[in-house]
Design a protein around this ligand. Structure first.
Ligand code: CP
Length: 319
């Protein structure tokens, strides 16, 4: 599929992407990965985005996504500018609209943005001429996380057709769960969601699930024979809103322990988007154990983001 033209101006969510578009990013990631990992390369850069300006606007906390986008843009030789809420004129009350129009007027051509409000990336994309990449908006979407999870799983499991992937934990508040579903299902994977009923969208726990997805509230039954598990961060502030009885009970019923990992297919890998609450949604021994691909996800995230930046910059609608 490499050579086929990329036609999207923005990357906001993968819920309306074709399988061919997902494959295009994954295949481009295969091309980018050696730039970062080939031991025979002395210069870990390509000139693909030389002279282009990438602005990273993060209005919500991030370690992995922000740093990996910065490393990805620099590996493509782009000029990179970082803006966070702290220290910017957002603190003086500047609106999102005025902030992004200002960043564009300063020369930003690709705007990578994270925001606490679902729909913020779409709002911005509708009002700027720059390409916009959603680096996570509220509960809605985190498209490059879905793509890097698909890439990591495929590296480990091969073709995902028919593979059963469990997404375990706080599904309700998880943009990662939504983007994983919208990336893995088109690749042929089957998804089993598991978590407390209060942390699963009402329609989903009542059986109105997306195609290729089932809900199994019992974690042990969900994991039995699974090909992989993606544990989700428990958004701990939710406990205070009465959605959970206690962290101890949550960990006992839905935490990914070594005993639960042993229920899966032999060798089945463990993923987590990070940051982790070790001892709550995942045991430390699992997070750092032999089945864990969590650090591989982080490394692959740089190559996936290089692929996305390159595809957008070379698109006829943005180039
Ligand atoms: N997975 C993820 O989005 O992590 P950060 O919040 O650290 O970017």
């Amino acid at each position: 599929m490499i050579g086929q033209a990329w036609t999207r101006r923005h990357v906001l969510a993968t819920d309306d992407w074709s399988r061919a578009e997902i494959e295009m990013v994954l295949e481009q990631t295969d091309v980018m990965l050696p730039v970062l990992t080939d031991p025979n390369r002395t210069v870990r850069r390509t000139p693909a985005l030389r002279g282009r300006t990438v602005v990273l606007f993060f209005a919500e906390a991030s370690t992995r996504t922000r740093v990996s986008f910065e490393l990805a843009a620099k590996a493509l030789s782009a000029d990179v500018v970082n803006v966070t809420t702290a220290g910017s004129s957002v603190e003086k009350g500047e609106s999102l609209f005025d902030t992004v129009r200002t960043l564009e007027a300063l020369g930003g051509e690709i705007l990578v943005m994270r925001h606490a409000a679902s729909g913020a990336a779409q709002f911005v994309a509708d009002r700027v001429t720059s390409a916009v990449i959603n680096a996570g908006d509220g509960w809605h979407a985190h498209p490059t996380q879905g793509l890097l999870d698909a890439f990591t799983l495929r590296t480990q499991l091969g073709d995902l057709a028919g593979k059963r992937i469990v997404i375990l934990g706080d599904v309700l508040h998880s943009r990662v769960a939504r983007s994983d579903i919208h990336t893995l299902v088109p690749l042929g994977a089957r998804i089993t969601l598991s978590g407390p009923p209060t942390l699963v969208p009402v329609a989903w726990r009542c059986g109105q699930l997306p195609e290729g997805v089932v809900y199994e509230p019992d974690a042990d039954r969900a994991l039995a024979g699974a090909d992989a598990v993606i544990a989700l961060r428990l958004q701990r502030e939710r406990q205070e809103s009465g959605l959970l009885p206690s962290l101890r009970e949550y960990a006992r019923a839905w935490g990914l322990s070594e005993e639960r990992v042993a229920l899966m297919r032999q060798g089945a890998p463990v993923l987590h988007p990070g940051p982790m609450n070790e001892g709550i949604e995942i045991a430390a021994s699992v997070a750092h154990g032999s089945r864990s691909l969590i650090e591989r996800q982080v490394t692959n995230g740089v190559a996936v983001r290089m692929a996305v930046l390159w595809l957008l910059a070379s698109s006829p609608v943005t180039a």
